[in-house]
Design a protein around this ligand. Structure first.
Ligand SMILES: [Zn+2]
Length: 362
């Protein structure tokens, strides 16, 4: 098969479009012919490498992918490969439930399927957790094998690029805002940053839930794009350096119920912008991982800081149902051919995109 891979860490020049052996499905796995992949910032971080990251080279980037089922592995023994909902009910999704020719989107959040968390529907807490494209080979390739439970079946007319663009960011936003944050209709949500995939998904999820949305963006162009997704109040942080004050004024000195902060270094201002009893939700740190916060805000204002990563298999199915129903609409910034993944990653890293960058796979 063709794949864009790298043999050593480094800049975009280490990416190589070349031949790589097509994987074969093991028991419980499905071979998917990928037709679209979508980029995430993580792809660039993995390509650059970090201390302690141990990969089997050559490595293939990419968490998001959608395509057609082309082969099935043998079924797992009875009782294995089940996925469970948080209420304890089981939702079988085994090889037997998949057919050659099915159109599918992949959930990159790989639980082991066996540990106590996976068995209790909390698979993003798995003891042996992997993320496609991070710790194991991903979706910048013509073919990939994944366990059957990682697949969501798409309706015949649904676009592969839209599905790939949706998978990681919507499940992340959904789990954080709905399951961790308990965002409700009528609440006011501030979202720090406007350009990233999770942030634009968060705007749409908040609006779907009936919340009011304030977006703090770095420039007018990104804020206009956030407005097109439904943001109600826009704050330009290039003009309002202390944007927590602007949030306070916009909410008539009330503060907001929830801040979605995936920047990290902006925590001090996010904590200031929250009302008493407010929640700060975080799934990442595009700014930096280390910063100082004033503990007095947390106890004096009864604040909660709630972190999460990705979602559960049940959350993924829930949010993809909304995506295919057209209630959440993935935004695609630009599509590159698979062989031009380096140029695609450069665009992402420069922050020029609004919405997802996807790769077209032949
Ligand atoms: Zn597990």
């Amino acid at each position: 098969m063709k794949a864009t891979l790298f043999r050593q860490h480094g800049g975009p020049e280490v990416l190589e479009y070349t031949d790589f052996p097509t994987p074969e499905p093991k028991a419980g796995e499905i071979l998917v012919h990928l037709r679209a992949s979508a980029l995430n910032r993580m792809d660039v971080l993995v390509r650059n490498g970090w201390t302690g990251l141990k990969l089997e080279h050559p490595h293939i980037n990419g968490a998001d992918g959608a395509g057609e089922v082309v082969a099935l592995g043998s079924p797992l023994p009875e009782g294995e490969g089940l996925r469970r909902r948080a209420d304890g009910s089981s939702l079988a999704h085994r090889v037997e439930a998949v057919r050659v020719g099915d159109r599918v989107v992949i959930n990159a959040n790989l639980g082991c399927g066996k540990c106590e968390f996976c068995q209790n529907g909390r698979d993003n807490l798995c003891r042996d957790w992997h993320l496609l494209g991070e710790t194991i080979r991903g979706t910048y390739a013509e073919y990939i094998c994944v366990p059957a439970r990682q697949l969501y079946k798409l309706p015949s007319e649904f676009d592969f690029h839209a599905a790939a663009a949706a998978a990681l960011v919507y499940q992340t936003a959904w789990h954080s805002m709905v399951k961790r944050g308990g965002v409700k209709a009528g609440e006011i949500i501030a979202i720090v940053g406007a350009g990233g995939g999770v942030n634009s998904a968060s705007i749409q999820v908040a609006k779907y839930l009936g919340a009011q949305v304030i977006v703090i963006g770095s420039n007018q162009r990104k804020l206009e794009q956030a407005e097109s997704l439904g943001a109600d109040i826009l704050i330009d942080r290039s003009k309002e350096e202390d944007w927590s004050k602007a949030v306070f004024i916009a909410t008539e000195k009330r503060g907001v119920d929830v801040v979605v902060d995936n920047v990290g270094t902006t925590f001090p201002m996010s904590l200031r912008a929250l009302k008493k009893g407010g929640r700060l939700l975080t799934v990442g740190n595009s700014g930096a991982p280390r910063f100082e916060i004033d503990n007095r805000y947390i106890f004096a204002k009864h604040l909660s800081i709630l972190g999460s990563s990705m979602s559960t298999l049940a959350d993924f199915a829930e949010v993809m149902d909304l995506v295919v129903a057209g209630k959440l609409k993935p935004i695609i910034d630009k599509t590159f051919p698979l062989k031009d993944a380096a140029a695609a990653q450069e665009r992402l890293w420069r922050g020029e995109n609004f919405g997802k960058i996807t790769l077209d796979i032949p």
